[in-house]
Design a binder for this molecule. Structure first.
Ligand code: G6Q
Length: 545
């Protein structure tokens, strides 16, 4: 494969960028009555309007050409075929197998993984239904009312985000809690609210070595025993989700109460595995299956749809277009759904941990910028906070607007106003407001002369600010599954274009190693060689302790 930035497709895009990049979207819409139809797509129940982007038909042709030139189709085939595409960890990448609803085998090294996938899913479903029905009881024979998931990163963000998103179909008796931070305030806050006799702890850790999770789990276990329960009662209140049976047993959880998964499931791609147990408990087996169905439908679309009508491909390429050709260094995620409040944080990990890389798959420095910063807040809240910068700031920040068309609540009129705001923001970003429009508006308000002219520059909106709008029919498990799978594949598409490995995360290691050394040093009075700042901070922390 030729180098990215001197490949024919890249050079053509670079030349084309000036042509289309200098045109205003107002003009592009005026010149093409079909623009909305041309630049919108349906897939797996989702609707994507990408017409409010700084593109024309040729831009998309060139971007699709780039995807072909970079071998997207063969890379996609390699992932779905269970090849070890995560080369630095020598692992296959098969989160798609976790939600595969066909009867076809999926092999890793000649071994069909599907029987084990179905077996764990079946056990999860049975266990979830037992907790929901009240058949699973605590040591005083009471039903479970509170579920506390102890996990961090990939073992926390997916289930936490999904349980909040799907609260409308959550079990009435159950309250879900998620403890991730090693800051004792997090666990203490939850323990203060729950009754040990009616609480189920799920200790979720792929490795079962993560310091935050192991510390929180040990404290929760000690708290449970201190409440008057016996060792033998632990089995009724603690279950584990892990790939590491040995460590689970060593921690003191019976492996009969362990739900397994496999090294080919990356942490941030794991909510479809046993890591999704809190979701299955909260919304039930059928709804969890519907979540998997939605993701599988998106997988099929990603594999089957032509590249120019392929939603993850289009979304991924648009991201590359702004990152690489407009030097746009962040993307704002704006879910117009309070229940999706954790979605920006979830996507932050998915995108930034996957594609926040500076070397290519073969270890060479990347030739272009890679993953932008992902951030956001639910609308309409964001409008009253940072949207000012999106409209009139100096950076070009594309926005993904995400909205369910049907409300999950029955409150009159709220949803109409919510959707109106979502649509209005994408329009305002696109059309902006010209100086002449500002003048007309101000003079209609009675202003004239110097006073009017002094205000004009402040009230001009440049517009031409890009956005995608993703409409979900509703915030159902199926729609959520399709939405998350869409972003997973978007990330994969971008990694193929940039030539990086989206599935390792060596960047989180160094801090962990140094923290364990400093933790030991804070417990004693010896300090190893550090820089002056680190030594000073250790001394300050010792004083406080
Ligand atoms: C995800 C990352 C990371 C991981 C956590 C928790 O892709 O690898 O966020 O999920 O560090 O790891 P454990 O599940 O092993 O505790």
């Amino acid at each position: 494969m030729s180098n990215l930035t001197n490949s024919p497709a890249w050079l053509a895009l670079a030349a084309h960028r000036d042509e289309v990049g200098n045109r205003h979207m107002r003009e592009l819409f005026a010149a093409d009555a079909e623009r909305f139809e041309r630049f919108s797509l349906r897939a797996s129940g989702l609707f994507l309007d990408y017409s409010k982007n700084r593109i024309d038909a040729r831009t998309m042709d060139l971007l699709i050409g780039l995807a072909r030139e970079r071998g997207l189709e063969s890379a996609r085939a390699a992932m779905f075929a269970g090849r070890r595409i995560n080369t630095t960890e020598d692992r296959a990448v098969l989160h798609v197998a976790l939600r595969d609803r066909s009867a076809a085998p999926i092999e890793v090294d000649g071994q069909d993984v599907m029987p084990a996938v179905r077996e764990v899913l079946e056990r999860m479903g049975t266990f979830a239904e037992a907790v929901r029905s009240g058949e699973w009881r605590g040591y005083t024979k009471e039903s479970i009312t509170d579920v506390v998931n102890i996990g961090i990163g990939g073992s926390d963000l997916g289930p936490a985000m999904a349980c909040q998103a799907l609260a409308a179909c959550g079990h009435e008796r159950l309250t879900m809690h998620f403890v991730s931070n090693i800051d004792g305030d997090h666990l203490a806050g939850v323990l203060a609210k729950v009754d040990p006799r009616r609480t189920l702890f799920i200790v979720a850790s792929k490795t079962f070595t993560t310091i935050e999770t192991m510390t929180n789990a040990a404290t929760a276990r000690a708290w449970f025993l201190a409440s008057g329960a016996a060792e033998a009662d632990v089995a009724k209140h603690f279950v584990a989700v892990s790939t590491n049976a040995e460590r689970v047993a060593a921690f003191g959880i019976d492996t009969a109460n362990m739900f397994g998964f496999w090294d080919w499931v990356g942490g941030r791609y794991s909510m479809w595995s046993a890591v999704g147990l809190p979701i299955a408990i909260y919304v039930g087996r059928d709804n969890f299956n519907a979540l998997l169905d939605g993701a599988h439908a998106m997988d099929c679309h990603f594999v089957e749809a032509p590249l120019d009508a392929n939603m993850p491909v289009v979304l991924g390429l648009l991201g590359v277009w702004y990152r690489s050709f407009f030097d746009s260094s962040s993307i704002s995620i704006a879910p117009y759904a309070q229940a999706l409040a954790r979605l920006p944080a979830y996507l932050q990990q998915l995108e930034m941990e996957s594609n926040g890389k500076s070397v290519t798959r073969d270890g060479k420095p990347v030739e272009t910028a890679t993953c932008p910063v992902i951030w956001g807040e639910p609308g309409t809240n964001g409008q009253h906070a940072f949207f000012q910068l999106l409209h009139q700031g100096t950076d070009l920040i594309p926005v993904d607007f995400i909205a369910p068309l049907a409300a999950s609540h029955k409150l009159a009129d709220h949803h109409r106003l919510l959707l109106a705001n979502c649509i209005a923001q994408s329009k305002a970003l696109m059309v902006g407001k010209t100086a002449d429009e500002v003048r007309t508006e101000l003079s209609a308000g009675g202003l004239s002369g110097e006073a009017l002219e002094a205000l004009v520059p402040h009230r001009v909106f440049p517009g031409n600010r890009p956005s995608n709008t993703l409409l979900l029919p509703d915030l159902s498990p199926r729609s959520l599954g399709a939405l998350i799978a869409l972003y997973e594949h978007k990330v994969f598409v971008q990694s193929v274009i940039w030539g990086i490995n989206a599935f390792d995360q060596w960047g989180v290691e160094l801090g962990k190693q140094i923290a364990s050394r400093i933790a030991a040093e804070l417990a004693g009075d010896q300090t190893s060689a550090h820089d002056a700042s680190t030594l000073g901070l250790i001394a300050a922390a010792r004083t406080a302790a």
